[in-house]
Design a binder for this molecule. Structure first.
Ligand SMILES: [Zn+2]
Length: 246
């Protein structure tokens, strides 16, 4: 089995290499203005991360967290889909996410933190699909992402992408869900629980009527995907209610 780094092919792909030492990763951190002294390069991943959280006073913890997440999902994209993201696109994506996250916090208090605390694992034998999207009016860009987790909370799959054009949050969310279901099917996970804080989207999926809104094509696609699954349930993080779809 090839254990070299997919990006640089020059080193064994350790956790330290992926997140800190790979040249690609270093360019991303440098581009975001996150630096550390050279002696920190030889410590373990967790010591390095602790150092970052403790000493990066100028940088938010959100930036570090989003960067780690983006590096990991970009690496998976490279590995599973053969898609290469450039350093600059990753930096733009991370900055966009952090800015959107901060805007949300300002508007809605600490809703994001509560949501994370409220994540509960799916029952044994089920996979939970969470998805989300963000739109950045200033740069007219929209992004979406999904994550698949099992009863133990292990991440089974994930994906992020930039939408084509500046589309609405609802359509970005619908696209994220569609990508997530397709990815789950591709990995053979058919007992799915779909969970999101997008009540509007969940309601559209649960509705027995044909959708007439701007996202009707996406809704129809999702409903058709869902019909091929033996088990699927939906739930909204806001009411913590789970219903069978179809
Ligand atoms: Zn590398």
């Amino acid at each position: 089995m090839n254990t070299s780094c997919l990006r640089c092919n020059s080193s064994t792909e350790s956790i330290e290499h992926v997140f800190r030492d790979c040249q690609f990763t270093q360019y991303v951190w440098q581009g975001l203005g996150v630096t550390w002294p050279t002696n920190i390069n030889s410590v373990s991943f967790f010591e390095w991360l602790s150092w970052l959280f403790k000493h990066q006073l100028l940088h938010s913890k959100e930036l570090i967290t989003y960067t780690l997440w983006a590096i990991w999902t970009s690496r998976n994209k490279h590995m599973h889909e053969g898609k290469n993201q450039s350093v600059q696109s990753l930096i733009t994506y991370i900055r966009g996410c952090v800015s959107e996250y901060k805007n949300c916090l300002q508007k809605q208090g600490c809703c994001q933190i509560q949501m994370e605390v409220r994540w509960s694992p799916p029952p044994e034998g089920y996979t939970k699909l969470n998805f989300d999207a963000c739109c950045i009016p200033a740069t007219r860009r929209a992004f979406s992402g999904f994550i698949l987790r099992n009863t133990q909370g292990d991440v089974l799959g994930s994906g992020t992408k930039e939408q084509e054009g500046f589309v609405s949050v609802l359509l970005s969310e619908a696209n994220a869900l569609k990508d997530g279901i397709k990815h789950a099917l591709h990995l053979g996970f058919e007992n799915l629980i779909i969970e999101s804080d997008s009540r509007a989207l969940i309601e559209k999926l649960e509705s027995k009527h044909d959708d007439a809104s701007e996202i009707r094509t996406a809704i129809a696609d999702i409903k058709s995907l869902v019909r091929s699954l033996p088990t699927v349930a939906s739930s909204s993080l806001q009411d913590l209610e789970t219903k069978r779809l179809t």
